[in-house]
Ligand binder design. Structure first.
Ligand code: M6P
Ligand code: ZN
Length: 185
């Protein structure tokens, strides 16, 4: 039997069967920005980034894969570029791929030892996220940053650790350029 694919992947959107859409708003990022006052002053319902994800199996299924497209709005909260919450995987030994589609950004990678590094994201850049490594993306450009992701369906998300201890590096604008500033290393 020959059939049409159940999902369409068009540049930076996904449409079709088993595709979910999730928006993350100012109120979901409480305590994560260096300048909490600046965050709290914004409309809590403003969307900062959103994700289309193809989840063909139930979350937690061993041996499956998930695929997502994330779009992050440009801008800063205080001096810090708008970013994703960031997470370790709940099953910490699971890795992930990210790749740049449109716009400019930086991927922050932090190991369990809290050593932090950043990789430049741009259209066509491919990023391997090793196991046991927290990952967060910041939009350092002036247009929407979109990136793809593929991860194991049993990886899960551990946000708790990030809400508790944060990342050990922050991407802030200094003299008009992104700088990686160490924090709580
Ligand atoms: C990528 C994947 C998803 C993740 C999303 C947003 O699409 O890594 O698993 O949910 O980015 O990132 P976060 O969950 O850290 O807000
Ligand atoms: Zn992940």
């Amino acid at each position: 039997m020959i059939g049409a694919a159940a999902v369409a992947f068009l540049k930076d959107t996904l449409k079709g069967e088993a595709v979910i859409h999730k928006a993350t708003r100012v109120k979901d990022l409480k305590g994560l920005y260096r300048d909490e006052e600046a965050r709290a002053a914004l409309d809590p319902d403003t969307v900062l980034y959103d994700v289309d994800a193809h989840l063909p199996v139930a979350e937690g299924t061993e041996g499956g894969l998930f695929f997502g497209i994330t779009r992050i709005h440009p801008g800063k909260i205080g001096a810090e570029y708008i970013f994703t919450k960031g997470h370790f995987h709940a099953k910490s030994d699971r890795g992930e791929y990210y790749w740049g589609i449109e716009g400019e950004g930086m991927l922050l990678l932090m190991g369990r030892d809290r050593a932090c590094r950043a990789e430049v994201m741009k259209p066509g850049s491919l990023h391997y996220i090793p196991a046991h490594t927290a990952h967060r993306v910041a939009n350092t450009g002036s247009t929407v940053l979109s990136f793809g992701a593929a991860w194991p369906s049993d990886a899960g998300h551990d946000y708790e650790e990030i809400f508790k201890n944060g990342f050990s590096g922050r991407l802030v604008e200094e003299a008009g350029k992104p700088q990686l500033i160490p924090e709580n290393q």
